[in-house]
Design a protein around this ligand. Sequence first.
Ligand code: AMP
Length: 413
Amino acid sequence: MDFRSLGISDELLEGLDAMNIRKPTPIQQQAIPAALEGRDLIACAQTGTGKTAAFLLPLIDVITGYKPKEEGSIRALVVVPTRELALQIDQQMQAIAYFTPITSIPLYGGSDGAGFDQQKQALTGGVEVVIATPGKLMSHLNLGYVPLKGVEFLVLDEADRMMDMGFIDDINRIITFLPKDRQTLMFSATMPPAIRELSKRILHDPVEITIALSKPAEGVDQQAYVIFDMQKAAILEHILNTNEATSIVIFAGRKVEVKNLNRYLQKKGFNARGMHSDLEQSEREEVMLAFRNRRLRILVATDVVSRGIDIDDIDLVINYDVPRDPEDYVHRVGRTARASRKGTAITFVNEKEMREFGRIESLIGYEVKKMPLPEAIGRGPAYAPTARVDRGGNGNGHRRKGGGRRSGSGGRR
Ligand code: AMP
């Protein structure tokens, strides 16, 4: 399944593409079509599941595709427990909505008088999406100028945390300011009775989604080498020569890489075979049998194999490249340490793959150990998973107006 088949617009697909996000996560697969249909939603999902994009994408899609109900009104309100989360969501918003004309502002406490006035100006100046902490939003609401008549979306993110932090009264008050005719999307990492009760009160016939985040088994010792691309072959050779593992799978993303690597390893005298979609069925079976019987030490394979193979005692998995899809990382790494055994999974991360790997780390919820390079390999690049990829222009804060498609003619595309 891809994002296009979920029904979102070309501008958003472009934004996702620029972020290198290609395949919807399970929560996105379930939440996006439901939200686009206009349904309310209650989703039990933790950080790391891709839940932010799961509500931002449909929300932006609808806002850019339909005329506002009320000219000048805020159209979507996202309420979150902390300023960090408000900022983080606004950053994702900016990236995803880069090719659309949507405007947004994060609203959180702690700003001085001038900051407050600026927020007031933004709130009354036609901003479409507001991402706010409850306390700060209430201080503006109490002054009476926030245009909320045309709010079409209310999102409550990390609802359980907002409850824990004592924001329930604020939330109840905020809801009294909003039109009844709106769509409400609620996200919570846990579903205690208080959240159930709140959802019954404020949601209308919601779609319920529960997502369990898949994570690598605990028995896997995960390691990463941060290296330049040209160092990969040398470090691979070093590991294969020094590691005592007898059953090794090396994953590469593309068939051509699998073929090249296999050729390289065989030339170096390693007991290796390649496994990819060009092989005849009989050849595949022969390779798998040899690997299962431990006549073959090293299997070089594409991701097709990571989901398919059923071999219990692989003791070392090497990701020659960082998988595009974090779920593929979990699948690849899951080939080792099966049935509670111990195993090792090593990933090679080059300069261009750091962001991708950082995303995997945020999805699995922890940092993978970075290994020092052997002296003979030389120095690698510094690990900088959050380094921005400069796409030019528009780096200046919250408000933006792009080219985009708002034609002024209104109505549905
Ligand atoms: P969240 O659960 O919203 O906090 O997202 C966690 C991380 O996953 C963020 O860094 C997102 O940019 C990233 N992410 C969101 N959706 C996807 C996707 N479909 N594929 C890969 N990464 C994603």
